[in-house]
Design a protein around this ligand. Structure first.
Ligand code: DX5
Ligand code: ZN
Length: 224
């Protein structure tokens, strides 16, 4: 659960797949806390990406938490395979399944941390009834589907309201943000109350992913 430290979770969506192992080793050397894996099914979002095979391959490289973000319809279909592959966090969108509370409980029963993700247009109220079931609340700061998009204005205010909701309910869930996180945007997101930061393009578009992880941590730390 959240402990005051920030977490940097590089999104391998933006990594060079032909050099994936080297790029993962680089972000780990830079101090990455989690690895973020974006699973897209071409239905919930207009893009196709990874499945259990990728999670298993990453699990062979590291024992760091693997933070899986499912942008798929019927995420329950992937619960067991992803748990077996070594996923640590299993985050899905409430619009993608009918019985949100049941799925959150099933994720935990499968030994993973349970996360709920809210699109920019999805109100916080979608999380309100299940705050007590959450290990992680993910506020999307872009519309999901692609890396390299710009952080949406208004995100800081939504993060503040999400933090207030968790605090009011005594929740120690991680508050994660995903989309357009850069050295320029991370400070405000941190100040608004986020504690876990996904970043793809900002880390992998340059030639030194390790340095970019360190730079994000520096710019996201309260004293920076
Ligand atoms: C967006 C994904 C993100 C994506 C973030 O649909 O959920 O995890 O990889 O990429 P950047 O940091 O480039 O916005
Ligand atoms: Zn993501």
């Amino acid at each position: 659960m959240s402990d005051g430290a920030i977490r940097i979770a590089p999104s391998i969506l933006s990594a060079d797949v032909l050099r994936l192992e080297a790029q993962v080793q680089a972000v780990l050397a830079g101090g990455a806390d989690w690895l973020h894996v974006d699973v897209m099914d071409g239905r919930f979002v207009p893009n196709l990406t990874f499945g259990a095979g990728m999670i298993a391959a990453l699990r062979r490289l590291t024992d760091k938490p693997i933070d899986v973000h499912l942008m798929v319809v019927e995420p329950e279909r992937y619960l067991e395979p992803f748990a077996r592959a070594g996923a640590s966090v299993f985050t899905f969108h409430p619009e993608a399944t009918t019985h949100v509370q049941r799925q959150l409980a099933a994720v935990k029963a499968a030994g993973m941390l349970a996360g709920l993700a809210l699109n920019p247009g999805s109100p916080l109220v979608l999380a309100e009834e299940v705050v007590g079931d959450l290990d992680l609340l993910l506020i999307m700061t872009v519309n999901p589907g692609f890396g390299g998009q710009a952080y949406l204005p208004g995100s800081d205010e939504k993060i503040r309201r999400a933090r207030a909701l968790l605090t009011a309910r005594g929740s120690r869930a991680f508050l994660e943000v995903d989309g357009g996180i850069t050295p320029q945007t991370i400070g405000a997101a941190r100040a608004a109350g986020a504690d876990t930061f996904v970043a793809g393009n900002a880390i992998f578009s340059g030639d030194d992913p390790a340095r970019e992880v360190r730079e994000l941590r520096r710019r996201g730390s309260p004293t920076a």
